[in-house]
Design a protein around this ligand. Structure first.
Ligand SMILES: Nc1nc2c(ncn2[C@@H]2O[C@H](COP(=O)(O)OP(=O)(O)OP(=O)(O)O)[C@@H](O)[C@H]2O)c(=O)[nH]1
Ligand SMILES: [Mg+2]
Length: 405
């Protein structure tokens, strides 16, 4: 199972900087709008406590990384072109970037919290732009985009529901499946909007819009990165964003600081684990006087104050709080926690909360689900049935009729 996080926001808000910091990529960053045109795709990680620690074993991670008992699980980021008001009707880079977001499971909205860019990404004097406006217009654009897709062939579709008794959710599913929208998302959105699918031909424009807005919130929830938190005025705006949008998750972020720390860690100058609220200096001599002062400032004014640079924090919250994922470790030997090649706890999967043992087998391989016999909880060595609901950090062996994993 892969998870895709869409990185969205107006031009120059720091989307590519965030992606580079998270993925250690080198995509082009620039202080002028529309530096990014074609989407950049990178791989980063969410962090969780690794099962190796409580099992007391040394692990050999394959599909992920383990540093000092912290397991880093890969997720994909899609960094798209900047979005300007009216994009759905072709302004700026238009709709293309929206199409790049089809595969996203969750969106991180990179907001310039310093308020020094207008809604088109052009520099204005610091603090003169209200970032709350950006939050509103981005959602508006997404809803318009989805509405355009839903409304296509609307009359014919609603006619089929009325005269042929076709199911609205099935017709919508066909239209929207390319957007990673599931039947569950559609049903949830109809319910939450208090609408009836049988009478869809009588929905008013406002009701249809409400349904699409709910569908967007359910299928591609937005969380907000108050980026450039290191800049003057950003803290105030961050506080205001939190109080103006109590239903959103707003996380203070500095993509710039995260990149600095990771680069120094890569060089071996400091030790910094992404998401930590501190670092240690390993090679004092590699740092000039100015650099040391900058680093100390970063430690006090960012890491200590906000509990980290926010890059890792927002990714973790997107995957674990919003998408409600848990981590499960498949093994072939329930006693040694190894795969067939002797690797201890080689893989970890992100699966939705509520996943059963049999569904988990399906995530590993379709064959394994089809020939599923039972599972074994490697922590307790107990047999588990197909319907057994897995917990976070479970270590599971699947026993199937077609060989095992
Ligand atoms: N101070 C500070 N500057 C940042 C931060 N993140 C990005 N920047 C700067 O903001 C400018 C724009 O960064 P990009 O990452 O290219 O922004 P973008 O959103 O990808 O822009 P487009 O691709 O044009 O839409 C660059 O000058 C970055 O150095 C941050 O956390 N703090
Ligand atoms: Mg960019």
């Amino acid at each position: 199972m892969g998870f895709d996080v869409g990185i969205v926001g107006k031009p120059s808000s720091g989307k590519t900087s965030f992606t580079n910091a998270a993925c250690m990529t080198d995509f082009k960053v620039g202080s002028y709008p529309f530096t990014t045109i074609d989407a950049n795709v990178g791989v980063t990680h969410v962090r969780t406590a690794c099962a190796c620690r409580d099992l007391g074993v040394e692990d050999d991670p394959k599909n992920s990384i383990c540093i000092d008992g912290v397991r880093l699980v890969p997720v994909k980021l899609i960094d798209v072109a900047g979005l300007v008001p009216g994009a759905h009707s072709g302004r700026g880079m238009g709709n293309q970037f929206l199409d790049d977001l089809r595969q996203a499971d969750v969106l991180i909205h990179i907001v310039d919290a310093s308020g020094s860019l207008d809604s088109e990404g052009q520099e204005v004097s610091s603090g003169s732009h209200d970032p709350a406006e950006d939050v509103r217009f981005l959602e508006e654009e997404l809803v318009e985009w989805m509405l355009g897709i839903v409304k296509k062939d609307w009359r014919r579709m609603t006619g089929r529901v009325r005269s042929e008794g076709a199911k609205l959710e099935e017709l919508l599913l066909e239209k929207l499946s390319g957007l990673k929208i599931t039947r569950g998302h559609i049903l949830k959105a109809i319910r939450a909007s208090e609408l009836k699918s049988e009478t869809v031909d009588k929905w008013t424009d406002d009701e249809t819009r409400l349904f699409v807005k709910t569908l967007q919130a359910v299928s591609k929830p937005i969380i907000i990165a108050a980026n450039k938190i290191d800049r003057p005025g950003a803290e105030e705006n961050y506080e205001r964003l939190k109080s103006e949008f109590p239903d959103y998750l707003v996380v203070p972020v500095t993509a710039l600081a995260e990149k600095v720390l990771k680069d120094l860690d890569k060089k071996g100058t400091i030790k910094y684990i992404p998401g930590d609220d501190d670092f240690s200096i390993l090679k004092e001599d590699d740092l000039g006087e100015g650099e040391r002062t900058q680093l100390e400032k970063l430690r006090e004014q960012i890491l200590k104050k906000y509990g980290g640079t926010g890059v890792q924090n927002i990714l973790n919250r997107a995957v674990f709080d919003y998408l409600k994922m848990i981590t499960v470790y498949p093994v072939q030997d329930a006693n040694s926690y190894q795969d067939g090649d002797g690797n201890v706890l080689p893989d970890v999967f992100l699966v939705p909360e509520g996943t059963t043992a049999k569904e988990f087998a399906g995530y590993i391989h379709t064959d394994l689900m089809e020939s599923f016999i039972h599972g074994v909880d490697a922590r307790t060595k107990m047999r588990i049935s197909d319907k057994h609901v897995l917990k976070d950090r479970d270590v599971i062996k699947i026993v199937s009729a077609k060989g095992q994993k």
